[in-house]
Design a protein around this ligand. Structure first.
Ligand code: ZN
Length: 489
């Protein structure tokens, strides 16, 4: 055996174990009996221990030294294995163990502090998480930028300074668009009865309409929608809300976007580093273009209106145009995950700026709530009323996910670029969407993005797909045109 084939044989087993660990996580959110929580913790810790040992196995260094790439896939696999190995051996084992311990405690503390609206109860453990992640970032950065080192776990090759420059151009136009939209006449809301069985049946129909392969996936209910797995087993979850069926439908379409990406990767890459979505930003570009640019388009919502009337009868909206406005309703809100297309990125940019300041030591944990509330007032024009609507609303920081938030907005920026290129390639796409047929859109995304898996670096992948250097322009143009039309501004 050559060094490359020995390395890949070892890697395939590691990848298979990682898939198993992921499936344990899926099970925990969907099927696991309540009384199994403590045992499941032990089971997860056991498999993580095995994974950590494999990911830092010294034989990897020998194989990497001798292995020779012969084609683009082996070249990309070696690049990814080398990057991950160097990352994993840079973090001292004691620090890794302490981070795992503190973040698992912090998640529980966060949940309780949020329930009690008590920021003070969360800050001491957040202080520990920030300190440990900063130490980890320093170990990874080796003299370079600490925040960039953390960001690269989620978005390989990205630099905070580049993102900040791009987001700096997004923010003022989004704030202006938000103000103009909210000054206009408000959009209608649905008024009807939306039974759970009907919501689940229609969400399944939507998943199929967006190309989700149920032979290699399944849909279950969970508290928070997510997708999990890659290759031949990619599962999604959804949830229902008796008064808001859009929550169910659009979170399903969103997760189908993530799942379709994993299902769309060329099968020969399965259980190799290339056989997974290349970054969180690219992943989010797929979920968001499915959900928004396609799923919330005028043409597609025309079809959805008819299907919803078939399933639920009358819900107080008489025509497709009014329905389109209801789907894309913009209204004040505190919560990122519930935000519309206009305001979503403003929520993310707030967190991006605050978490950079925390990591760089420019903002003390004790000043976080005040900084959050000041920034929220500046961008949204009204004050945070309670911590669960403010700095306690997202789980991310409690589990140490610093560097993750900007990938949400980067994903929207990429979705804007992909949408512009897709519309140019398929000028009559709306004819299909108006019949509920997304196959040419999802087929274009599959060929342009999904099939490549991790073969290319994220920016190169998007640039290759769209034919220009990705930037914020297409997203802003799309949002201003869409919501300008919807709100007559
Ligand atoms: Zn997502």
């Amino acid at each position: 055996m050559t060094a490359y084939s020995e390395l890949m044989s070892f890697q395939r087993t590691t990848e298979a174990l990682a898939q198993i660990a992921g499936r344990l996580g899926w099970d925990q959110e969907t099927m696991m009996p309540r009384g199994a929580a403590a045992q499941r913790g032990d089971e997860m810790a056991a498999i993580e221990e095995v994974l950590h040992a494999r990911r830092t196995d010294p034989r990897i260094a020998d194989w990497l030294e001798k292995a020779v790439a012969v084609d683009p896939a082996s070249h990309a696999n070696l690049r990814k294995i080398r990057r991950a190995f160097e990352r994993n051996i840079r973090v001292p084992p004691l620090l890794a163990a302490e981070l795992a311990r503190v973040t698992s405690v912090a998640q529980g503390v966060w949940a309780e502090a949020r329930a009690k609206e008590d920021v003070g109860a969360f800050l001491p453990v957040l202080e520990q998480v920030v300190k440990l992640r900063r130490e980890e970032g320093q170990a990874l950065a080796q003299g370079g930028d600490v925040y960039d080192a953390l960001l690269n776990d989620y978005e390989p090759g990205a630099k905070a300074a580049d993102l900040a420059a791009m987001f700096g151009k997004l923010r003022p136009r989004l704030v202006a668009l938000r103000e103009a939209v909210l000054a206009a006449e408000p959009a209608p809301v649905l008024a009807g009865a939306f039974d759970e069985a009907g919501q689940l049946a229609l969400s399944r129909e939507l998943a199929l309409a967006f190309g989700y392969d149920l032979d290699r996936g399944r849909i279950d209910k969970a508290v928070h929608p997510f997708s999990s797995g890659s290759g031949a087993d990619v599962r999604i979850t959804t949830r229902t809300n008796p008064v808001d069926p859009f929550n169910c439908f659009y979170s399903t379409i969103h997760e189908v976007g993530h799942a379709a990406y994993e299902q769309g990767i060329a099968p020969e890459h399965a259980l190799t580093p290339v056989g997974q979505g290349v970054s969180m930003g690219v992943h989010e570009s797929q979920s968001r273009i499915y959900e928004n640019q396609i799923g919330r388009s005028r043409a597609f919502t025309g079809w959805l209106f008819g299907r919803m009337r078939d399933v639920f009868g009358d819900f107080g909206v008489s025509d497709e145009e009014t329905f389109y406005r209801a789907v894309n309703r913009v209204h004040d809100g505190f919560i990122r995950t519930e935000a519309d297309e206009v305001q979503y990125n403003l929520h993310v940019l707030l967190r991006f700026d605050l978490e950079q300041a925390l990591m760089r030591g420019d903002l003390l944990v004790g000043d976080l709530e005040a900084a959050w509330n000041d920034r929220f007032l500046a961008d949204f024009g009204f004050a945070v009323d309670k911590p669960s609507n403010g700095c306690l609303q997202d789980v991310h920081w409690s589990v140490g996910l610093f560097g993750y938030f900007p990938t949400y907005t980067l994903g929207n920026v990429y979705a804007g670029c992909l949408h512009q290129a897709m519309r140019a390639a398929i000028p009559d796409l709306d004819d299909d969407l108006a019949r509920g047929d997304t196959s040419r859109a999802t087929g274009w995304l599959r060929a342009a993005v999904q099939v490549h898996g991790g073969l290319h670096e994220p920016v190169d992948l998007i640039a290759g797909a769209v034919g220009f250097a990705p930037g914020e322009g297409p997203l802003l143009d799309y949002l201003e045109a869409k919501f300008g039309g919807l709100y007559g501004i």
